[in-house]
Write a new protein. Structure first.
Length: 287
C-alpha cells in the first residue's frame, strides 16, 4: 500500500496547480485541483445521475448503460463494471458495448452511403423488427461476454433482403446489446426505472424508440447543451473549490422530451431479442 497514492473523493481538493504550469497557461493564481473521476462517472455528474437509480444510456462510438448505486454491486460473470462513483458514499455500475454507432458507421462504409442517409430510409416511426438479426461484435464485446474474440454477423439473409433490412438490423442489434447490459445489471440486483440519453446517436429518435422498446424503459432526452464528462468535471472542480455539496450542484438538465417504449411492438421485439441472445453461445462453439 505504501506504493499507492492517497485516495480522495472525486469532489475533494487534492492540491493546487504547479506554479510553472499555471504560468505557462497564463493563470495569475494557482487554481485548485479536484480528484475528479473517470469519463463515464464524470458524465454522470454532468447529467445529474448521482443518486441511486440515476442512469444514462450513452449511444456513441461505443455504448454505455450507467446506473448509480447505494452499494458495491458487482457481477463479474456478466462483465459488469462496478466502481466507486465520483461523488461520496455512492457506487456505480456500467454495462459496456464496444460497437454502438460504430456498427452503423461500418455498414455505411461498406455500402458507401452516409449513415444519416441510411437511417433516413427507415423513416421516424418504429415498425416491426427486421427479418435479419445483427450481432454488433465488430471489435469483440465486453458486457456480458467479456470476449475480445467475439465477432459480428448477420443472420437471416435472403434473396429478398433489402438495404433497409440491414440498416434496421444494425440499429436493433445495438439495442439488443444494451438489453444484454440491462439483464447483467439486473442480475446484480439493480433496477433501472428510467435513463437519460447522451451521445451522438441520441439524436436519432428512431434509435431511441428502438432502445426504449427493447429495454422496456422510458428514455429522457435533455434539452440542447453540453452535459458530458467535461461539464461533470467542472462541477467536481467547483465542489472542490467552494466546499459545496456535489449532489446539490449535480442537478439533472431540463428534459426536452421522453421516448416511451412502443407497447404495441414490445412483444415482437422481445421475440427478436430472445433469438439474438441464442446466437453468441452457438457461434462460440465454432471458433
Amino acid at each position: 500500500r505504501n506504493h499507492m497514492p492517497r485516495l480522495f473523493e472525486g469532489s475533494a481538493p487534492t492540491g493546487r496547480l504547479r506554479a510553472d504550469v499555471a504560468k505557462a497557461w497564463g493563470m495569475p493564481k494557482l487554481p485548485g485541483v479536484a480528484a475528479g473521476g473517470g469519463d463515464n462517472a464524470a458524465s454522470a455528474v454532468g447529467i445529474g445521475a448521482v443518486r441511486p437509480g440515476g442512469a444514462f444510456v450513452s449511444l456513441g462510438t461505443s455504448g454505455v448503460l450507467f446506473v448509480s448505486n447505494a452499494k458495491f454491486s458487482p457481477n463479474t460473470e456478466g462483465a459488469v463494471h462496478a466502481f466507486c462513483h465520483a461523488v461520496p458514499d455512492t457506487w456505480h455500475q456500467m454495462g459496456v458495448i464496444l460497437s454502438a454507432t460504430a456498427s452503423l458507421e461500418w455498414l455505411a462504409s461498406v455500402l458507401t452511403t452516409p449513415a444519416p442517409e441510411l437511417t433516413g430510409g427507415l423513416g421516424d416511426k418504429l415498425t416491426a423488427p427486421s427479418p435479419v438479426t445483427f450481432l454488433p461484435y465488430l471489435s469483440g464485446e465486453r458486457t456480458p461476454h467479456n470476449d475480445p474474440g467475439a465477432r459480428g454477423m448477420f443472420l437471416g439473409l435472403a434473396a429478398e433482403t433489402s438495404r433497409n433490412d440491414l440498416v434496421k438490423a444494425v440499429i436493433e442489434g445495438v439495442a439488443f446489446a444494451f438489453r444484454d447490459c440491462l439483464e447483467a445489471l439486473k442480475a446484480a440486483g439493480t433496477s433501472v426505472p428510467v435513463a437519460t440519453a447522451v451521445g451522438g446517436g441520441s439524436r436519432s429518435k428512431l434509435w431511441l424508440e428502438t432502445i426504449a422498446t427493447v429495454l422496456g424503459l422510458p428514455i429522457e432526452v435533455p434539452q440542447d447543451g453540453d452535459f458530458g464528462g467535461a461539464f461533470g468535471a467542472a462541477r467536481l472542480g467547483r465542489a472542490a473549490a467552494t466546499g459545496e455539496d456535489i449532489k446539490v450542484i449535480a442537478t439533472k438538465p431540463p428534459t426536452a422530451f421522453t421516448v416511451e417504449p412502443n407497447k404495441a411492438l414490445a412483444g415482437a421485439y422481445a421475440e427478436s431479442y430472445a433469438r439474438y441472445a441464442k446466437i453468441y453461445p452457438a457461434l462460440k462453439t465454432l471458433r
